[in-house]
Design a protein around this ligand. Sequence first.
Ligand SMILES: O=c1ccn([C@@H]2O[C@H](COP(=O)(O)OP(=O)(O)O[C@H]3O[C@H](CO)[C@@H](O)[C@H](O)[C@H]3O)[C@@H](O)[C@H]2O)c(=O)[nH]1
Length: 491
Amino acid sequence: MKKAELVVIPIPGRGHLVSMVEFAKLLVARDPRLYVTILIMKLPFDTKVGAYTASLVASSSNRIKCIDLPINEKVYTETNPPVYMTSFVEDQKPHVKNAVTQLIQSRDGDDDDSPRLAGFVIDMFCTTMIDVANEFGIPTYVFFASGAGFLGLLLHLQHLRDNHNVKITEFENDPEAELVIPSFVDPVPSKVLPLSVLDKDGGRVMMNHAKRIRETKGIIVNTFIELESHAVNSLSNGDDEFPPVYPVGPILYLQSDESHVGSVNQIQSSDIIKWLDNQPPSSVVFVCFGSLGSFSKDQVKEIAYGLEQSGQRFIWSLRPPPPTDKMGLPSDYLDPTVVLPEGFLDRTAKIGKVIGWAPQVEILSHCATGGFVSHCGWNSTLESLWFGVPIATWPIFFEQQLNAFQMVKEFGCAVDMKLDYRREFNSDGDDQAVVSAREIDGGIKRVMDDDGDIRKRAKEISEQSKKTLVDGGTSFSTLDHLINDILKNVS
Ligand SMILES: O=c1ccn([C@@H]2O[C@H](COP(=O)(O)OP(=O)(O)O[C@H]3O[C@H](CO)[C@@H](O)[C@H](O)[C@H]3O)[C@@H](O)[C@H]2O)c(=O)[nH]1
């Protein structure tokens, strides 16, 4: 029996690393011939994955191993996230090369029983690692942590840029324009195109990733055919030159994650769940904006007033922005009253909880949770759909506007609270646009009061997302198919 080893390289962001690691776990659980080594790149600030990766390193086994690469203390001056990530990943190349060289040396070359290197599985933002895989003469697969719709958009725009000389940045000048993108059922308004794609520097980086994704041996996407059949079909259009697409999702981490809960008012995860236990079914709206979500003081006040006006029971994950002068992620408020309207916590004590980092999957899985005001990060979207909780959309950055658009228009399981909001700062570091309490109240009421199509559709997708992963489901068989293709690399 030939054994195959994969080297998995995620970027160290919560929304990417966790799904890639869970994917690696799924691979080794499915086939005893598979071995995985995960290389963890380290950023010099808290990326909300520390506890998760530490437990992974500790539980490393013979078939799944986690290696921490040396921490990179370099100070980067780029403020554009895609540009910054590219420089960071480029600097990691020597570490990856060393780790893989040692891995090969540690496997006894003459022993026919030891696993052979079958490929790299790299994050969608690590396409430069294809160069390293090429040096070792092994194929690369890319793991796309977002949806097939966005993947199709990137590839389409890159095709327009490279083959038709289209200037992507110019789409920003015409917000009313609508683009026909093969991976989207409905024409896409240019105002929901990701800023990271429209931006001159960020866009160049994203287009280069798209170009290099075409060089890989396969594209693994955290989606499932029942959810994004149109997008997946548009990517499998019979072009022999284009790598096969493997929709193997939804890949989620559904265990409780205590690692970050508790900083605001020392509220523990168990207190939050106990509180939810005492609320009526589907009565609580959960407000949370992912691992990177934070707002200015003015915006925080509007959210507070919006929640109060709605009169709805709520759990609100409220986190302060990182310092403006350096790269970092939102932390937790030691005392949230410094940003909240006076008396807010007292007035809402009976109906709401303001917390820091949330035990998101536990909240979404609780029967008292009836709606989710979300930034529409892809993992939050998949988690919400898994538990059948409808969303009120409030995208902030990256591809979130597109996800929100898809949720509202194509999947039919979300209300449009905001679709084209983009977080941009003025020279004082404040939000340029503030979403008003009235809009927030309205969005909350619409998602919570809906007892028709949207809630029904969310439940339907929830059932599909579970079925697709079990024997007989499409993502289950796609994973088998992918494993067979990987094993062929060493036979
Ligand atoms: O208080 C919190 C906040 C987040 N989470 C978890 O953190 C993850 C967040 O992932 P996601 O919803 O995808 O948001 P981001 O962290 O913002 O993810 C980045 O990566 C995603 C995948 O590429 C993109 O879709 C997003 O736009 C990008 O911001 C989810 O699993 C959440 O359950 C918590 O558990 N508690």
